[in-house]
Design a binder for this molecule. Sequence first.
Ligand code: ARG
Ligand code: ZN
Length: 416
Amino acid sequence: MKVLLLLGLVAVALAELTSFEGEKVFRLKPTTDEHVTLIKDLALSMEVDFWSPESAEQVTIDIDVDIHIPASHTSMVYTILNQSDMEHEILIEDLQAQIEAQVESRTVTPRSHSYTKYNSWDKIQAWMSSVSAANSDLISRQVIGKTYEGRPMNVLQIGKKTGSPKPAIFLDCGIHAREWISTAFCQWFVNEAVTTYGSDSQMTSLLNQMDVYVLPVFNIDGYDYTWKSNRMWRKTRSSKSGTSCRGADPNRNFNAGWCTLGTSSNPCSDIYCGSKPESEIEVKNVADFIRKNKSIIKAYITVHSYSQLLLFPYSYSYQLAADHAELMHLAEAATSALTSLYGTQYTPGPGATTIYPAAGGSDDWAYDLGVKYSYTFELRDTGRYGFLLPESQIKPTCEETMLAVKYIATYVQKTL
Ligand code: ARG
Ligand code: ZN
């Protein structure tokens, strides 16, 4: 009886997973205003999931536009594209097949946490307590609040315990649910910190003098939803009266030019700014924590994917940051450290001109609060796999990213 019940539950859980069979990801290369109009019209006439940029409004000439098209519309999109002279290619032939290929067969993956695999929220949560317990000399854990659905948001404070407050770096991953490589990076960072402290001179010196606060999964509800229901979910999971669409974009919900450029006030949009700044509890919890620790936080680093960029303020405005020259210089040096390992090319620059203008982001908010060294990483790749970066790339991606993060951290340490 119990077994039957269990089987029934498993069947229900499986049935609720959205399938992406026959769905495709196209890359379009608009070079004229007509091409841009064509893409915008396409987005109006059918359901288009924008991968890069994140919405039709952000499409301009001379940028690559990666869009995910439902199976029922792929032949129509083919026809339209072939009739136009816009250059285009297919990035992913069958999204469902790609999703299944990304995570090596779930039934045979070990039940335990692994740094070279994508881990579910349950595994990450268990890992946070075990890694903290096993490294109690270096890690302390605190809950900065709960998510909309009630999950605890743990921040790991990593550094030598000196008994007095140290200058710090705040690092978060997983603001956007589907960017799994981001979340993998924060776990990698924690492991590198605890395993190389005492042997790597750069890490040792850093953790002796500073603390790194790591929030491994910012948008936990969304992340869990990408595992259990819809792999392509981006936003939080909050509900709002008057609409059945859920969630807001946490990286449009910070109080920095809120809901102006590159964002939407439509709750169904993937770049919905929310009902007010910090309407999303996860955003409020992080903002409260950073405000409270403002005097010690010297750098803010947030990790996204994909595009291979190292961005800094501003994104809500085309105006250059007061510290533009220094931020650019440091970003160039950090990206060349990254590239030195495997040759992965990164582009550094201010958000608005390097990717697209988009207001309400955490990097701009932290910078305007007074955290001068504020950076957004957009990790691998440049679109071949997009959000579905294979597990075989977790290790090289994290290794190279460590070089850039350590470069920035060491620079900041030297300015103290
Ligand atoms: N892809 C990121 C996003 O759309 C870029 C973030 C850059 N920073 C920003 N404040 N928009 O959220
Ligand atoms: Zn993102």
